[in-house]
Write a new protein. Structure first.
Length: 547
């Protein structure tokens, strides 16, 4: 799905279309208006609102994760934008817009000479590229607050004028919000992520409370805490739990497709498990997958580096960076000259960028950084990849929900208090079931609370100690608890790993004496994912030269 001043250049197989006499709407992803069924019915109502209010005001009512192009038939002008929460990634250059980074790179005919060195270093260190940047110069991610137009004067960029997350007073009615979501999606075949955590449980009990039928599902190995607790919760709720047991067999055969759905801007191997998980949902005929992403804004997860001092006027950005953003940085010795020099500046450069998001207290600052700097890349990367397999939605990242969480009193986010009150209100039985957060419940029952307090403090302290140990001693790197236990070994032993290191040496990124065993597990899959993108660039060059 690519747009230039001349109009639509290509049509993706999953592109949806609706039109009337005045407009033609085309979109990718999951889109709806509260209380209205998703897709065509919501777009029809959006068209009515556009005719009354204008597109700038009408689009503020849209929900979901999507990229949309609107053609005004009388003027042949095009307007395009993504969702208002940063969940769906789309991209623009000086002359074009696309729902896929790889598609836009191919259209522009870019080569390795357009690589952005600083972005490459971000990618191999973090596994992501932040602040709407991409791996190449001249292509950026479309910001959630941007509207892009093509008309007689060419391309122009405008602001949606979205309110910041610290706007308002937190009076959002989240129960009414879920009641309207339930009305919109009740006729779809739904699959709800269910782990041992509190966020996925919150989504599940609220949908159940409003009478929406759904299956529950979890990805992981039998015996894992997340899987076993999910079984308990699903049984108590009376829903069917499907367990996707991640496979490592066939890893290299899956990688080209996982590279496509992760769009060349994410660690491919971090997406393999979720790809398998979502493929299984497709096979079961699921229409929409729902996740608890965004629940971070309802608890103190984003503040752990300052636990339990959550009202300080001083933000410890350096501590946040070294403990949680990049506990194990790439060694300068990996890289050739300019890359090595730039790698030395990565931490200070990132801290300088993060300082722009500082607010009057430490916890507000950490929320602000996560929402504007980290989430569009990390959370948005997973949501976008999922939507390339089947429609997927994380309702708690909608702007008004995030604003609500931002304004919660610190004590309401401490000790999972918001989750406790809400889950206990709608399903007290399920609230009593332990979670994977130190084995605590989410019940408001006094007896349960008295048992949970010590567990909660112990869990937070243990997590902090593990993070500090990992930073100090560069210990073994746990990618994701639910991954197959042999995944890291299989990655390291793969043909792709050997070829990737040699390719990055040829491209003058890695030093000639760097060997595969020199690369830490924390970074290996990032280098391999980068090499896949380099091969993609080479394939574009080959196609243009007829080879």
């Amino acid at each position: 799905m690519l747009l230039t001043a001349k109009g639509m250049r290509s049509l993706a197989s999953d592109l949806q279309t609706w039109e009337n006499a005045d407009y033609c709407f085309r979109w990718r992803g999951f889109l709806y208006l509260l209380g209205i069924p998703p897709g065509e019915a919501s777009v029809r109502e959006f068209s009515r609102l556009t005719a009354i209010k204008g597109i700038e005001r009408a689009l503020l009512a849209l929900r979901g994760h999507f990229f949309m192009i609107v053609k005004e038939k009388k003027t042949h002008k095009y307007t395009c934008f993504t969702d208002n929460n940063g969940g769906f990634a789309a991209f623009h250059s000086k002359t074009a817009v696309a729902a896929s980074f790889l598609e836009l790179v191919s259209y522009q005919g870019l080569t390795t000479t357009q690589l952005d060195r600083d972005a490459v270093l971000e990618f191999v260190n973090f596994g992501n590229v932040f602040a709407n940047k991409t791996l190449v110069e001249g292509i950026s991610r479309i910001d959630r607050n941007q509207i892009i137009r093509f008309g007689p004067g060419g391309k122009s960029v405008h602001s949606k004028k979205l309110a910041p997350i610290d706007a308002g007073n937190g009076d959002f009615d989240y129960l009414q919000f879920f009641e309207k979501i339930a009305k919109s999606i009740k006729d779809l075949r739904l699959s709800v992520d269910l782990t041992g955590g509190v966020d996925s449980r919150l989504i599940a009990v609220l949908l159940d409370y409003y009478g929406v039928p759904f299956e529950t599902t979890v990805s992981g190995i039998d015996g894992m805490e997340d899987v076993e607790i999910a079984k308990e919760v699903a049984a108590a709720m009376g829903t069917t739990l499907h367990v996707t047991r991640p496979l490592v067999d066939g890893l290299e055969e899956r990688i080209p497709e996982v590279f496509r759905i992760s769009d060349g801007l994410n660690d491919v191997f971090k997406h393999d498990r979720s790809y398998q998980h979502n493929q299984n949902r497709v096979k079961r005929g699921i229409d929409l997958a729902l996740s608890g992403i965004g629940g971070e804004f309802l608890k103190d997860e984003l503040w752990l580096q300052d636990f339990p001092f959550y009202t300080s006027k001083t933000s410890r950005l350096d501590r946040m960076f070294t403990m949680f953003m990049l506990p194990i940085p790439c060694k300068n010795e990996y890289f050739t000259g300019e890359y090595a020099n730039a790698n030395q500046l990565l931490q200070n450069g990132t801290l300088h960028k993060l300082a722009r998001y500082e607010l009057d207290t430490n916890t507000k600052t950490y929320d602000n950084i996560y929402y504007y700097y980290e989430f569009p890349t990390i959370g948005g990367g997973y949501i976008s990849a999922a939507n390339r397999v089947l429609p997927s939605y994380a309702p708690m990242v909608e702007l008004d929900f995030v604003q609500f969480g931002f304004h919660l009193k610190r004590r309401e986010r401490f000790f999972n208090t918001f989750h406790r009150r809400t889950i206990s209100k709608v399903n007290p039985q399920i609230a009593r079931i332990r979670t994977s957060e130190g084995g605590i419940s989410v019940s408001v029952d006094k007896w349960e609370v008295s048992k949970d307090i010590q567990k909660y403090v112990w869990d937070k302290g243990t997590r902090l100690i593990k993070v500090i140990e990992r930073r100090l001693f560069h210990g073994s790197y746990t990618r994701q608890p639910a991954d197959h236990p042999e995944l890291s070994v299989r990655i390291r032993e793969s043909r792709l790993a050997k070829d990737a290191i040699e390719l990055l040496k040829e491209e003058k990124i890695l030093q000639g004496n760097v060997q595969l065993p020199d690369i830490h597990d924390a970074h290996l899959s990032h280098f391999l994912s980068l090499s896949l993108f380099m091969e993609f660039l080479h394939s574009i060059k080959g196609q243009r030269h007829g080879t």
